[in-house]
Design a protein around this ligand. Structure first.
Ligand code: KMH
Ligand code: ZN
Length: 304
């Protein structure tokens, strides 16, 4: 019998960690970011996870003025679910990070479920000559970085979301983040169906071994039962292998240049759409269907 499970593909199109020098394909201007997201949606992404950048030099920006033209173009050209970051960059204050979600009250926003060390050592080794000074400085300052998401920070963002009916992609980089999410669910602040984005393979978080996926899955099942939708994000070279394993275990998948610049060993992805197409090919080979934006809206009970 055919397996007709619908899988949501999220495309995270630019993020805040990768920098323009690392790939000529990383979208930087508002037009590039919007075009990248539209291409990803056309390839099968039902959710586009959005960061903005200062078009002058590609620096990550949470200024609503930098989001505005991107969101306008997206709304005019695609029905994809717009998911706005509240993570911004780990160098920003939480107040700065919340600005676009307060301004635009999107259907969906990311929410990072705990503090963690954030190690960018592999990138420090790989990239040495940068086009812009901020890129080098950012990576240098990441030698001993803590990505701070205290309980008070998380509560503030949840309260904004609950006021505006914005739901969340709960970014869980380790098992403790699932416990934090259960805590906020018990307090009635994190509302279901919970969209749990489990992040694997970042230095400072859980590893990227299939056993790590199993542990996340089992723990989420125990804590949330039927009240959650599980998605997988594998960083860097783990992107497609973990998407494949996760999908086979029942997850949705997230890809995009925010999470990996690559499409194969030593081979840069030329676009977000290329990664979405690869993920789609894998999912369809596993006899899954790719969810449309409206199907994803229904699964996640979004306001539409
Ligand atoms: N960069 C990803 C690993 C956010 O924007 O809130 C997680 C992320 C965080 O997307
Ligand atoms: Zn992000």
């Amino acid at each position: 019998m055919a397996n007709t499970r619908k899988v949501i593909i999220t495309s995270a199109v630019t993020g805040a960690i990768h920098t323009p020098t690392m790939s000529p394909h990383l979208p930087v201007t508002a037009d590039e970011i919007a075009e990248a997201a539209i291409g990803a949606a056309e390839a099968g992404a039902s959710i586009v996870h959005m960061h903005a950048r200062d078009p002058e030099d590609g620096r990550p920006s949470q200024d609503p003025a930098h989001f505005e033209p991107i969101l306008q173009k997206l709304k005019a050209n695609t029905d994809a679910i717009i998911n706005i970051t509240t993570g911004g960059s780990p160098h920003m204050s939480v107040e700065e990070r919340m600005r676009p979600v307060i301004e635009f009250a999107p259907e969906l926003a990311s929410l990072n479920m705990g503090s963690m060390n954030f190690g960018l050592y592999p990138m420090l080794d790989r990239f040495k000559d940068f086009e812009h000074e901020w890129e080098r400085e950012g990576l240098e300052n990441s030698r001993d970085l803590v990505f701070k998401n205290t309980f008070a920070d998380i509560q503030k963002i949840l309260e904004i979301g609950n006021k505006n009916d914005t739901r969340f992609e709960f970014e869980c980089y380790d098992i403790s983040h699932l416990n934090n999410l259960a805590h906020f669910q018990a307090r009635g602040l994190a509302r279901g169906p919970l969209f749990v984005q489990s992040v694997f393979g970042l230095l400072g978080g859980i590893g990227a071994h299939p056993e790590d996926l199993m542990h996340m899955r089992r723990t989420a099942d125990r804590l949330f039962g039927e009240s959650y939708e599980w998605s997988i994000l594998g960083a860097g070279k783990n992107q497609m292998p973990l998407a494949t394993i996760g999908a086979a275990m029942g997850s949705h998948v997230r890809v995009g240049l925010e999470d990996s610049l690559w499409i194969g060993p030593g081979q840069l992805a030329v676009s977000n759409a290329e990664q979405v197409t690869r993920a789609r090919t894998i999912l369809e080979a596993l006899n899954f269907e790719v969810a449309t934006p409206d199907e994803a809206r229904e699964m996640l009970a979004l306001k539409g």
